[in-house]
Design a protein around this ligand. Sequence first.
Ligand code: MN
Length: 319
Amino acid sequence: MSNLELAPAETDCPPDAATGTRSDLLDGRDVPLGRHTVVRRLLPHTNRRTVGAWCFFDHFGPENIADTPGMQVPPHPHCGLQTVTWLLSGEVLHRDSLGTLATITPGQLNLMTAGFGIAHSEESPPEHMPVMHGLQLWIALPESVTEARFEHHAALPELTYGGVSMTVVIGTFDGTSSPARVHTPLVGVQITAQGSASLPVQPSWEYAAILIDGSATVAGQALTPGSLLYLGTSRSSLEISGDGRLFLIGGEPFEEELVMWWNFVARSHEQIVEARSAWMARERFGEVHGYAGDRLPAPELPTVRLKPRSRHGRPMPPS
Ligand code: MN
């Protein structure tokens, strides 16, 4: 997945409200993804920049692509983040500059760790299922993680609590960990509710949830597809009920200041400029082979200087 906005704005958020237990329903916004697809972007949001190290959350579909090419995202670069791809329906063919060629189907995790730099393309195969439905999320990496990797996981742990079952897609939930490699304390789980349960969560972590389909109530708040319920910190349990599927993300609040622009996560304006120049010069990110089409050019940089932001949205004070 790529941020295909023609003029990606610097993510400039007002200060978050005080930390603690929250129940903020944040509306996503529709963003075009190439010529054929529209996604709902839930993070970053005007009022919420990150949840743990999760810094980007797109929900695409369900969409009938029987008579269209479906997802067609040409080769583009990433740095400073991991991409998490999780499908509910359909399939996506991933190619990257490490030489990976991997098709993901529902119930499997594709995790790409960009480190200092990687490039990839994502496409619906020529012969594809009629319905495409899925999620793509990005996780901000600590600055020390520079190695690029690709992982595909078809077997993931399952947990059940009362009328709620879940797949631990990535990270750790209640002591059970996904085999996927992460670099900060976090979690991403798909939840299927057919009744109710009280889920054990970590008071020092912040959490947020979306409804994928059906209906569900989380911490007393009814969810609708297309919005993100930010739950804040300081909870030891989370009440969930309903008849539907959800995705819950969480993690230790990510305190490193970040500059996010286009498909890059970095720490300074200069690092973003350098990453953009390297991509345009065909350096650093490698080549994606086999995609039928051109690579994506980087958009123009904004005329203003990109400022590092803390998770609270403000520029960090000089230290
Ligand atoms: Mn991408």
